[in-house]
Design a protein around this ligand. Structure first.
Ligand SMILES: [Zn+2]
Length: 338
């Protein structure tokens, strides 16, 4: 088998890898139907997050179960499954509270940009569909695995409710699906902060009502102008930089909610500023597993089409071009066909 390995900044190779095998009785091995490149993969691709050794890549996946370990009960060979980037037993106290991405048995997936994948804690991690889904729904089903699940958590954690005014900071794939999620949850006004024409267009398609192109203090000023001077009810921070986090907090009205789902890089908060901002803050690695059954059903019923964020599809052996296209912002998100 060949799989994707990052050797250093901008050095992605598709090379021989050992074929995944069942190593624990709770494992499953799946044959991927589709996989993709995540915005968070770019942190290490760009060398902002350094790696110490060649690192297999990929944590978004869906596919057909090939083989299961002796203790696996909930999924069986031949079924179509989707899993999260974080494995979970789905039985511990943290999982039962809905925070499966911090499960006591959590492992982060990292070898999914390949034709086959071993999934630990298969019973708690994977969600199977009743029938094999039609091929045209694969991009949207793949999206539930991380990018939609994360956008959905962003909207949920920011307390998006019918009639609310929502701001989405970031026009990457997660931010765009944060827009879709806020729309599904009944938000009345959805303001997206974006400077890129193609992303603005998709945001509008997903339900955005206003676009703000300014950033930093100017961006905050525009949000205040649009919200009678007080700020938004719910703000989704979907980037992870100091500027985006401050933009999010300052765009929120006192008593409002800020969610943060972009992996933070160099973000430091000022205690006094936070105290007087008077906002609820909730974020972290999205507990995608909590939402998977609902999101898969919305896709199967064709109520949502999150797969539209994939604006580039490549055979998986061209994965290096997929990274380049996202790095150079020629693509929002790259889908890889094994
Ligand atoms: Zn757990």
């Amino acid at each position: 088998m060949q799989g994707t390995v990052l050797y250093g900044p901008r050095d992605i190779r598709f090379e021989d890898r050992p074929e995944p095998k069942i190593t624990k009785p709770t494992d499953a091995v799946i044959r991927l139907s589709a996989t993709c490149i995540c915005g968070s993969d770019l942190w290490s691709y760009r060398g902002i997050q350094s790696i110490t050794q060649p690192t297999p890549m990929g944590h978004e996946y869906c596919g057909i179960v090939e083989e299961v370990g002796k203790k696996v009960r909930n999924v069986k060979p031949g079924q179509f499954v989707v899993g999260s980037f974080a494995t979970s037993d789905n039985t511990c106290v943290i999982c039962r509270d809905g925070y499966q991405s911090s499960c006591v048995q959590r492992e982060f997936m990292s070898e999914a940009q390949a034709p086959f994948l071993r999934v630990p804690s298969a019973d708690g991690t994977l969600v199977a569909t009743k029938d094999l889904p039609p091929k045209e729904l694969l991009p949207s089903l793949l999206a539930t695995s991380d990018v939609l699940g994360t956008g959905w958590f962003a909207a949920d954690a920011a307390n998006v409710k019918p009639g609310k005014t929502v701001v989405v900071v970031g026009d990457g794939a997660v931010g765009l699906l944060g827009v879709l999620s806020a729309k599904q949850m009944g938000a009345e006004r959805i303001i997206v902060m974006s400077r890129h024409a193609s992303r603005q267009k998709l945001a509008l398609e997903f339900g955005a009502t206003d676009i703000v192109t300014e950033r930093g203090d100017e961006g905050v000023g525009r949000i205040k102008e649009l919200t009678k001077g007080i700020g938004a009810d719910s703000v989704l921070e979907c980037v992870g930089t100091q500027e985006s986090m401050m933009q999010a907090i300052q765009s929120t009205r006192p008593g409002g909610y800020v969610s943060y789902v972009g992996v933070p890089h160099g973000v430091e908060l000022n205690g006094e500023q936070l105290f007087f901002a008077h906002v609820h803050m909730h974020g972290g690695p999205a507990p995608v597993r909590r939402y998977l059954p609902e999101l898969i059903q919305l896709v199967l019923n064709e109520k949502i089409n999150p797969g539209k964020v994939f604006d580039l599809t490549l055979p998986i052996d061209q994965v290096a071009e997929g990274y380049r296209a996202m790095d150079e912002r020629r693509a929002i998100k790259t889908l890889l066909r094994p």
